[in-house]
Design a protein around this ligand. Structure first.
Ligand code: MN3
Length: 198
């Protein structure tokens, strides 16, 4: 299976004022497209040709850095577009909310931990809400890694590479991650991933 770039699930200007049209044009059309193009080139002739994206990501980790970086970022971005929606960040579906309260004590504490993980990820990477050993946890990873290659199943991730926020927030990464968790998250999509992961 080769990688393809899907259209955004909303208009380029639909996430304003939290994420601009210009950011989405660069991030989706240039950055994600590059992972797709480079990933396809690097996949050719490898043992992972014809495998599912998740198998390629897990299989190439630690074995083929070029392929892993591009396939990992393709996986991360496919979900990232769906982890956001216009007028996002509202109420969390009941079963997921209960699991968050069980794991963190409150929704606010989970959000605080999530922002802290994004802010303290040194350099490029992602912060995550992940299912690890049947329980929800907040983690962070560098570059194109995700909980997939650390024994977990990601259900929400925020891209903290500078290309994701520098046009809109400049160096204010904390403001960006806070806006993401408070005003952009598509909790219905997160709840679907949680239901499939637990
Ligand atoms: Mn990105």
């Amino acid at each position: 299976m080769s990688f393809t770039l899907p259209d955004l699930p909303y208009a380029y200007d639909a996430l304003q004022p939290y994420m601009s049209k210009e950011t989405l044009e660069y991030h989706h059309d240039k950055h994600h497209q590059a992972y797709v193009t480079n990933g396809n080139n690097l996949l050719k002739g490898t043992e992972w040709e014809g495998k599912s994206l998740e198998d390629i990501v897990k299989g190439s980790f630690g074995k083929n850095a070029g392929l892993f970086n591009n396939a990992g970022q393709h996986f991360n971005h496919l979900h990232f577009w769906n982890w956001m929606k216009p007028n996002g960040g509202g109420s969390i579906p009941g079963e997921l909310e209960k699991a968050i309260v069980d794991a963190f004590g409150s929704v606010d504490k989970m959000k605080e931990d999530f922002v802290q993980a994004g802010v303290t990820q040194f350099g490029s990477g992602w912060c995550w809400l992940t299912v690890q050993n049947g329980k929800l946890a907040v983690t962070k990873t560098a570059n194109g890694e995700s909980p997939l290659v650390h024994g977990g199943t990601p259900i929400l991730g925020c891209d903290v590479w500078e290309h994701s926020y520098y046009i809109d927030y400049r160096n204010r990464r904390p403001d960006y991650v806070k806006a993401f968790i408070d005003s952009l998250v598509n909790w219905e999509y997160v709840a679907q991933m949680y239901a499939a992961a637990k």
